[in-house]
Structures are given as C-alpha cells and as structure tokens.
Design a binder for this molecule. Structure first.
Ligand code: NI
Length: 227
C-alpha cells in the first residue's frame, strides 16, 4: 500500500526545514548505506549527527506526530531520526530493498523498518527525473510529489530513485517501525479506521454502530499490535 500524505509540512515549516538543510554539511551519501545499496547509490546526504539534520529532523518528527493520516496509516511505534538527501547532475539510486534493521550510529537506537517514507522538499517543476519508483504487485509506481508532501510505502518493496538530469532533488527520508508488523493487518486497520470515521461523521460518535466498530478496531489492535 502506498499512501500519500499531502501537506505534511506547511509552507512556513517547509521554508524553515529547507533553510536548515540547504546550509548543512552535505557529504557522500554512501555513508549511510548498507552494502547492497552502496553499490547502486549516487547522491549526497547530510551526516545524521549534524546539527542541521538533527534540527530539521526534529521539525519533521513534530509534523508527523500532528498528522492523523500518518498515524492512522503507519501506526508508528518508533520513527528513525529523519535523514536528508539530494540528487543532482545525473545522481540516482538503483533498485534495492532497504535494510531490515536500522541502527542509529553512536547510539543504541534501533528499529525494524516496516515502512519507508520519502518527504519531498523541492518543487517538482524545479528538477527533471528523480521519481521514486516503487515496485508492487501491480507493477511500478513512479512517485514525485509537491514539496511538503510525503509518501509512505512498505519497506519490503524494491524501489529506486530515477536519475536527476536537471536541477536538484532535495528530500527527507526515514523508516518507521509499526505497532503492527504485518502489512495486510495494518492495511485492514487503516481501512476500518476510515470506515469508523465515516460512520461517526455521519451518525455521530455516540452512534451505537460507531461505538461498536471503534471497539472492534481497538480489539484488533490489541490482538495484532506491540506496544
Ligand atoms: Ni531505499
């Protein structure tokens, strides 16, 4: 399941994040790759311990916590501190799957990557190429969203970043460990959550069906979730 989260960052927040990121100490992106992905990756990243990445990442984490669609879709248990990349001059990232376990360098923070996320930080008209191409059961999906919008996709997916042939693609990326590890269960809970909101919106939160369905939602989450 691919989920677009529109306007995760509003215009003012996007401007703050870009100011921090643009002034950051960019370095070769292979510093953060696993072995397989290092073979295929050509880009720049902000070092994860840099003040720029930490401060901008904190702003992104605050925005995630305030985004109901992200919370409903990801059911986040842990979020990896956001990282920042940029691609220019033919940079690309060939087909790969993200590492299953991510450890933050110099700390004991580790997560299992259930979902991958890309938050676009540049106007798509400002660069050519740079699509995030995700392979799923239905074929390939090319994703290139407006600045401030985010896409969530299963970390199990093969994916790549198409070559950036003009301009600069600046983006934020990170991983989420979900309370619900299994994608089909997560999807079921997301669909049920949407249906509950729909019923409650039309009939009121005290409607017996809305209350009963909310109970089913929480009982499934209790069965499938880890806290
Ligand atoms: Ni990746």
């Amino acid at each position: 399941m691919l989920i677009a989260v529109p306007d995760l960052l509003d215009a003012a927040t996007l401007t703050r994040v870009r100011a921090l990121v643009d002034a950051g100490p960019w370095a070769d992106g292979n510093a953060t790759s696993g072995h397989q992905s290092a073979l295929a990756k050509r880009n720049e990243q902000l070092p994860e311990d840099s003040a720029a990445a930490r401060e901008a990442g904190g702003i992104v984490l605050d925005a995630l916590a305030a985004a109901p669609l992200f919370v409903a879709a990801a059911l986040p248990l842990k979020v990896f501190p956001p990282l920042f990349s940029r691609y220019a001059g033919g940079d690309a990232f060939g087909t790969h799957v993200d590492n299953a376990i991510r450890i933050r360098r110099g700390s004991d923070f580790r997560i299992r990557s259930d979902l991958s996320a890309t938050l676009f930080l540049e106007d798509p008209a400002a660069y050519d190429g740079g699509e995030l191409v995700i392979e799923d059961r239905f074929g390939e999906r090319a994703v290139k969203l407006p600045a401030g919008h985010m896409v969530l996709y299963p970390a199990t997916s093969l994916h790549r970043v198409a070559s950036v042939t003009h301009g600069v693609r600046t983006a934020c990326f990170f991983w989420v460990q979900s309370m619900v590890r299994d994608e089909a269960r997560r999807r079921t809970l997301f669909d049920l959550d949407g249906a509950v909101q729909d019923v409650a919106g039309r009939s009121g939160h005290d409607d017996p069906a809305a209350i009963a369905l909310t109970g089913v939602y929480h009982n499934l989450l209790r069965m499938w979730g880890e806290a």
